[in-house]
Design a protein around this ligand. Structure first.
Ligand code: DSN
Length: 465
């Protein structure tokens, strides 16, 4: 195994692949990354991810493994657990944590598998209203997410007029549906959740309350928005969004004394074994030890004052983005944001989410089309979701966001111009983009301007890849 071809650097052994990686790096550096769930992680996280830890199998929990040679892996996993609790200011006798889930979707599935019986009932925010696939998404014709195939799910919704979660309706539906578990979590909702209200509704129905803080876990760690830990029994998260860690998932669960009943008997939480066994051996095999180490280092960063400043800036930038877009006449769902997400309703601008996403992509601004309150179909959504975590990581401040707003507006105006020529069909819109020289020139000129602007902000990570 000494062959240079088997063990040399990737730039020597596989230049074909390395070239593509370099192109992606250049794309990241020259574009404005506004996908709300993305971020640029730190060098220590990248270093853990590409370390020797990747080589090791370690099924089981620390000090109870099915493989030998796990002395240091145990040390790292225990460190990741400890630091995860510290980052959220949780006491070790009240909360436990499993850091092994491969990502957020497996984490959510592991919770339901562990604490809800097969075909037991769950309630989550409907996907078109801002919930996640794994909150039980299904449509009239199809059970889309496995969480709606193996569990019976009932969505709750936002008020189509205000865009805000309709807690009264959720309470009413929960009284009828009697869920075993209610999910307080979002994938696209720009307001803080009312965890106290969720708790009251869960209590009224004897339901477990699970917070899915995947999007907001960095903001929660920094203490700049309300925390789900005050009211939830279980909290899941990914670690790569606002938290800026590796692509991975975590499950926090309450443990210890739950309550004392009328007879004076102590009732204890029983989540720990159920959740740990559901993750392994229930659903997963070997933990990704390189990712677990990266969680440990990300959680250490999450306790630093610089991290708090970063998260404050993420919100300031998102709020400036809202105000800027509103000043150009765009409608913002719920009228604003409390977090890192800005949901822009394109209907009054005469554009669909798909057209807006496409033109922005051509101008090197990455975002995603998204349903907005009142949309009937998730297939042809009327809005775009923008986010500020990645731009803030690159050092953009409010005045830079003002420039970003102008770029977005210019791109969207181009989309309106193309729509005037193409008419309502998306295929015709795309055809004009591909064939009309004058339009292409305008797009490319704007793209060049945006890329020059973007390159002035450093991109964390390795220099060329
Ligand atoms: N795909 C993530 C998002 O974009 O919100 C959620 O998993």
């Amino acid at each position: 195994m000494n062959s240079k071809l088997l063990n040399g650097n990737i730039w020597d052994t596989d230049p074909e692949l390395f070239d593509i990686i370099k192109k992606e790096k250049a794309r990241q550096a020259s574009g404005l990354e506004m996908i709300a769930s993305e971020n640029f992680t730190s060098i220590p996280v990248l270093q853990c991810l590409s370390s020797c830890l990747h080589n090791k199998y370690s099924e089981g929990m620390p000090n109870q493994r099915y493989y030998g040679g796990n002395e240091f892996i145990d040390e790292i996993e225990i460190m990741a657990q400890k630091r995860s609790l510290e980052a959220y200011r949780l006491k070790e006798d009240e909360w436990g944590v499993n850091v092994q889930p491969y990502s957020g979707s497996p984490a959510n599935f592991a919770v339901y598998t562990g604490v809800v019986e097969p075909h037991g009932r769950i309630m989550g925010l409907d996907l078109p209203d801002g919930g996640h696939l794994t909150h039980g998404f299904f449509t009239a014709t199809k059970k889309i997410s496995a969480t709606s195939i193996f569990f019976e799910s009932m969505p709750y919704k936002v008020d189509p007029k205000t865009g805000l979660i309709d807690y009264d309706k959720l309470a009413e539906t929960a009284r009828l549906f009697k869920p075993k578990l209610i999910i307080a979590g979002i994938s696209c909702y720009s307001r803080c959740l009312d965890y106290k209200r969720f708790r009251e509704i869960a209590n009224e129905n004897g339901a477990i309350l699970m917070g899915d803080m995947a999007h907001i876990s960095g903001l929660v760690a920094a203490g700049v928005i309300p925390s789900p830990f005050e009211y939830c029994d279980i909290v899941t998260t990914t670690t790569h969004k606002t938290l800026r860690g590796p692509r991975a998932g975590i499950i926090f669960f309450r443990k210890g004394l739950k309550t004392v009943n009328a007879k004076g008997e102590k009732i204890m939480y029983d989540f720990e074994n159920k959740i740990n066994q559901s993750v392994f051996p229930g659903l997963q095999g070997g933990p990704h030890n390189h990712a677990i180490a990266a969680i440990a280092t990300a959680m250490k960063q999450a306790t630093l004052p610089e991290f708090v400043e970063y998260q404050k800036q993420v919100i300031k930038n998102a709020q400036r983005l809202c105000e800027g877009l509103k000043s150009f006449g765009y409608d913002i769902a719920t009228g604003g944001t409390d977090v890192h997400i800005v949901l822009v309703d394109m209907r009054n601008a005469g554009l669909s989410g798909a057209r807006a996403e496409r033109i922005l992509e051509l101008c090197s601004i990455a975002c995603n089309k998204n349903t907005v309150p009142g949309d009937k179909s998730a297939l042809n959504p009327s809005g775009i979701r923008l986010g500020t975590p990645a731009l803030t990581t690159r050092g953009l401040k409010e005045t830079d966001i003002d420039n970003v707003v102008k770029y977005i507006d210019r791109a969207l105006k181009l989309a309106q111009e193309i729509t005037k020529i193409s008419g309502p069909k998306l295929a015709d819109f795309n055809k004009i983009i591909e064939t009309d020289d004058a339009i292409q020139k305008k797009i490319n000129a704007l793209k060049d301007e945006i890329e020059n602007f973007s390159r002035t902000f450093p991109l964390p990570g390795y220099d060329n890849y």
